[in-house]
Ligand binder design. Structure first.
Ligand code: ADP
Ligand code: MG
Length: 512
């Protein structure tokens, strides 16, 4: 372990603090998270009112992330926005990546069908993409290098969550950092690294980068709405933004969404309505001039915070609703092409040599983007796939087995992956999975604050999410920005860090 890494590991030493004081600290931080930070979720439990709130699971203090890699992730975001955007408009590219998967996946084949039925219509004069690119730092096991590389875990193009949570966690962490500093001054024991590594040891030597993810998500939706109004001149007070959502009593993450609605209205007078896909079946229709109508309102933007897996399309009616959205002139975020860009098989294709260069002409930029891609292998029966399967069966630390699914909790790790690969041999099923190089991030001491449990001091790994928004009007890119960030932490004992599947803790980066 190199010196700086050793030092980072001792940045926050929870054992240094008296245990009663730590509990008092956590209890205060929980209140701070609830108010003023509003780091909240809705507790959708049987028998409780639909307005029962809890704080989100969060880390007591921010976790370290290498400054140079953080800056690289931010710098790359507009280029990544553009790459995904260009690929999303290339129907041949989408088919090349997904046709094989679609043979055994009816959800993807139905999405491709909508693409084929609408791509030629050219009704989408305005496009809006709001994505989140997730990263881990990675160093090969046993590597003698002291450095970590930035690696993209995935890019979410539909219903990317936590887009507004980053600034709230950071607000909590500005408070807890100050508080911790005081406690440390009272309780600190002489530390064996303290003398030699003094310049790094003081948390105030680290910085929490500015984060305006909340403002930028509102800005993106507002800018797209304004473009719609100036292009089509609709009756403004009857022109809405529609959030296509999970049924309210099943959605925990309303504090990621409702503040956007409130800001759009208070700042710009834009009215937002929320509907599930199924609620739209009877109320949504196409109007004159390809307008998309929800009862008597014209939909300028349909913003998906649901719809990312087959459970949202229980009948052919939901598929019909998805189709008419695509046939309309409304801005659908994401449109069908961009929705298809979320699947893991897209990442596989993009990680192959020479592909990015077709879309990104600046070779230095293309090279930087490829440097953050991990090894990804399609299970297509090729020699490369067979070799990877053999290696995956022998070495649990080599790969993660991923289906083309969204929403967390779907990946297979360790024995589960090996058992699956031993059992499943039919090519069609295998084709819907990819093997992704397993990333080995650094770990840090963390204090995990879960609303339902006692605070837990553990070793954790972090994962950085960077938001990106892009707007195109009549083929011209009007907005292309890096739009803030959020971090998640998981216990090293767990494989996944999804907040919705109960393993993840929202967090913010402390740059070193
Ligand atoms: P989903 O689309 O379901 O969110 P992800 O690709 O983001 O799927 O994976 C979910 C989680 O699994 C990640 O947040 C991360 O914790 C873990 N994970 C995914 N890929 C890897 C990998 N290559 N190495 C290690 N962990 C991974
Ligand atoms: Mg995802």
């Amino acid at each position: 372990m190199d010196e700086q890494q050793q030092d980072i590991n001792h940045l926050f030493d929870y054992n240094e603090i008296d245990s009663d004081q730590l509990l008092e600290f956590v209890s205060l931080a929980r209140f701070y998270a609830a108010s003023p930070a509003g780091l909240l979720k809705v507790l959708n439990r049987e028998g409780l009112s639909s307005f029962t709130l809890q704080h989100l699971p969060f880390t007591l203090l921010p976790t370290p992330f290498m400054k140079s890699k953080f800056e690289l992730a931010l710098e790359l975001q507009p280029h990544i926005n553009l790459l995904w955007h260009k690929c999303a408009k290339d129907t041949d590219f989408l088919h090349t990546c997904l046709d094989n998967v679609a043979k055994s996946d009816t959800y993807i084949s139905k999405l491709l069908d909508i693409l084929d039925r609408t791509a030629h219509l050219n009704v989408k004069r305005i496009r809006l993409n709001m994505v989140r690119s997730d990263y881990m730092l990675h160093r090969d096991i046993g590597s003698s290098s002291t450095d970590f590389n930035l690696k993209q875990v995935e890019l979410n193009t539909i219903a990317a969550g936590l887009i507004n949570i980053g600034p709230r966690v950071q607000q909590v962490h500005h408070f807890t950092m100050k508080y911790y500093q005081q406690l440390k001054n009272i309780f600190a024991k002489p530390h064996k690294f303290q003398e030699t590594l003094q310049p790094y040891f003081d948390p105030s030597n680290y910085s929490m980068p500015p984060n305006s993810a909340d403002e930028k998500s509102v800005l993106a939706i507002y800018t797209a709405y304004e473009n719609y109004c100036s292009l089509f001149q609709p009756q403004r007070n009857r022109t809405i933004v529609l959030f296509i959502v999970v049924q309210d009593d099943k959605e925990y993450n309303l504090f990621d969404q409702r503040p956007v609605e409130i800001s759009l209205f208070t700042k710009y007078g834009i009215r937002v309505r929320r509907k599930t896909l199924s609620q739209l079946n009877k109320t949504m229709k196409l109007g004159l001039n390809d307008t998309l109508l929800l009862e008597d309102d014209e939909v300028a933007i349909g913003y998906f915070r649901s719809g990312y897996n087959p459970s949202f399309y229980p009948t052919s009616d939901e598929w019909h609703t998805r189709l008419i959205m695509e046939q309309s002139r409304a801005i659908i975020c994401p449109d069908i092409g961009m929705h298809l860009m979320t699947f893991k098989s897209i990442q596989v294709k993009l990680s192959q040599p020479g592909i990015i260069e077709k879309y990104i002409k600046d070779s230095a930029v293309a090279e930087k983007i490829s440097s953050v891609f991990a090894e990804q292998i399609a299970l297509d029966g090729s020699d490369r796939a067979e070799a990877a399967i053999s290696r995956a069966k022998m070495d649990q630390t080599a790969y993660v087995l991923k289906p083309n699914k969204e929403g967390g909790g779907n990946n297979l790790f360790n024995d589960d992956a090996i058992n699956f690969l031993n059992e499943i041999t039919d090519n069609e099923t295998l084709a819907s999975y990819v093997l992704m190089q397993r990333l080995h991030p650094p770990s840090f001491p963390v204090c995990l604050v879960n609303p339902d449990k006692k605070p837990e001091i553990a070793q954790g790994n972090n994962e950085l999410g960077v938001m990106g928004h892009l707007i195109e009007v009549d083929g011209r890119v009007e907005l292309n920005i890096e739009a803030g960030h959020v971090q998640k932490v998981k216990n090293v004992k767990d494989n996944e860090s999804g907040i919705s599947c109960g393993f993840g803790y929202v967090d913010s980066p402390l740059l070193y």
